[in-house]
Design a protein around this ligand. Structure first.
Ligand code: DLZ
Length: 170
């Protein structure tokens, strides 16, 4: 899938000859907010595809909104090797958007650093629904081509790859 200058998120399938190096043994959780159902479904589908490409089992844990992602991530980081945090915030007419985005972003950053557990950043902060659908891999671009973004996949692949890296250097 083409990306706007982003590194290819494709994950190499787990190597059965090399179980120690495999991504499949990483305990992985997909943490998902519950606003904007259709877009969330696309993000979660992308995240599950990334986990499947890695050969990893990933359970899905839901929180009410993106504001709740950091506290749940903090708890999950204690028992998982990789957390993929997914949410969608769409700009409205008030500054609320900025507060939720800031709280979720700062909170997830803090959790990741403090826990030393990679937290993939799959929070969409969008101006409108069309932008969010595109980033979640769900846009109908009208030319028979799919979206150029798949942020659920990217966030999960990044968390898994970082977790494997940390494991290899510890
Ligand atoms: C309240 C709210 C609003 C207005 N918009 C969103 C949104 O676009 N995306 C999202 O994930 N959550 C939203 N929320 C809910 C907050 O994240 C949070 O769940 C509530 O403020 C309760 O703490």
């Amino acid at each position: 899938m083409a990306h706007h200058g982003a590194p290819s998120p494709a994950l190499t399938p787990a190597d059965p000859q090399n179980p120690e190096d495999s991504l499949s043994s990483l305990r992985t959780v997909i943490l998902a907010a519950s606003w904007h159902d259709t877009v969330m479904d696309g993000l979660i589908a992308g995240a599950e595809r990334a986990a499947a490409d890695a050969g990893a089992d990933a359970e899905v844990v839901r929180v009410p909104g993106s504001f709740e992602l950091p506290v749940a991530a903090a708890d999950l980081a204690e028992r998982y090797d990789a957390v993929a945090a997914l949410g969608v915030v769409i700009r409205g007419g008030t500054p609320h958007f900025d507060y939720v985005c800031r709280a979720a972003t700062d909170g997830l950053t803090r959790v990741s650093i403090d826990s030393r557990t990679p937290v993939g950043f799959g929070l969409l902060t969008c101006d409108d629904d069309a932008q969010a659908l595109d980033r979640a891999g769900l846009a109908d671009r009208g030319d028979g081509q799919p979206s150029v973004e798949d942020k659920g996949y990217e966030a999960t692949a990044a968390a898994l790859q970082t977790a494997a890296l940390l494991r290899s250097i510890r």
